[in-house]
Design a binder for this molecule. Sequence first.
Ligand SMILES: NC(=O)c1ccc[n+]([C@@H]2O[C@H](COP(=O)([O-])OP(=O)(O)OC[C@H]3O[C@@H](n4cnc5c(N)ncnc54)[C@H](O)[C@@H]3O)[C@@H](O)[C@H]2O)c1
Length: 256
Amino acid sequence: MERMKDKVVLVTGAGSGIGQACAELFAEEGGRVVVEDIAGDKAEAVAAAIRERGGTAVSMQGDVAVAADVERMVAETVRQFGRIDVLISNAAVQKVVESIELLSEEDWDRVIDVNLKAAFLLTRAVVPPMKQQGGGIILFTGSEMGFIADPAIPVYVASKGGLHMFMKAIAISLIKHNIRVNAFCPGETNTPLLQSEIDNSPDPAATKAAYDAWAPIGRMASPREQAAVALFLASDESSFVVGSTFLADGGFTASI
Ligand SMILES: NC(=O)c1ccc[n+]([C@@H]2O[C@H](COP(=O)([O-])OP(=O)(O)OC[C@H]3O[C@@H](n4cnc5c(N)ncnc54)[C@H](O)[C@@H]3O)[C@@H](O)[C@H]2O)c1
């Protein structure tokens, strides 16, 4: 199937995990993919692998929390491909703390900047070209942690809750321009982000077992399973889905 045939797709945080899986799947579906990451080498490795398999991909390095980087990357995407059909605003960082008084102001600001402010910066940058071309898709990677609170990650939870509400607010105003905005909200997904949490825990085997048992489904998701949800939300098959926080969490939030 070629559900993204000739669509120009910018994926942030695509050097790893769910963003990488999105870049790969969207390219397989015929998209022309911009693989963005703060780690330029990781982004280029993903883009090169897509090209080796016959897909169309370029890499871009930048920090999504920096307005000048975001504006440069969106302008460069439009310069190279003439348009931008799909934005997947996916890059995020996390900060685990044992207690709220141990969370530094710098860590608070960084998580909010990367996970929430970047959503605003990216939206502000892609809306003018999307309006000009007659529409587009903006998709945020939300989280089950925007619905429930894990006390170990208070600022991450705040960022994802804020992201979901930001998404809804702009979805309402942008749909009249044929710009469809949604969030896909993963549950526990086996990516480097989660793996580093497992590896750095006092008992990695027990932590992995806990993550496997987290949701009623009895296992973590693969990044590819999350990319499949993103593909649905970015394709015409979801044409009536607007302002939705679309959960793929193995039944976790249903169970609490
Ligand atoms: N893995 C999970 O269990 C899970 C669950 C729910 C939601 N999510 C969300 O899925 C998304 C992807 O997470 P993942 O698990 O694939 O993480 P990951 O750490 O594997 O990948 C994130 C990528 O983002 C990049 N990045 C970080 N800061 C950046 C910045 N400022 N600018 C540009 N790129 C930056 C990193 O270099 C990395 O390549 C995130 O939004 C995360 O919150 C993940």
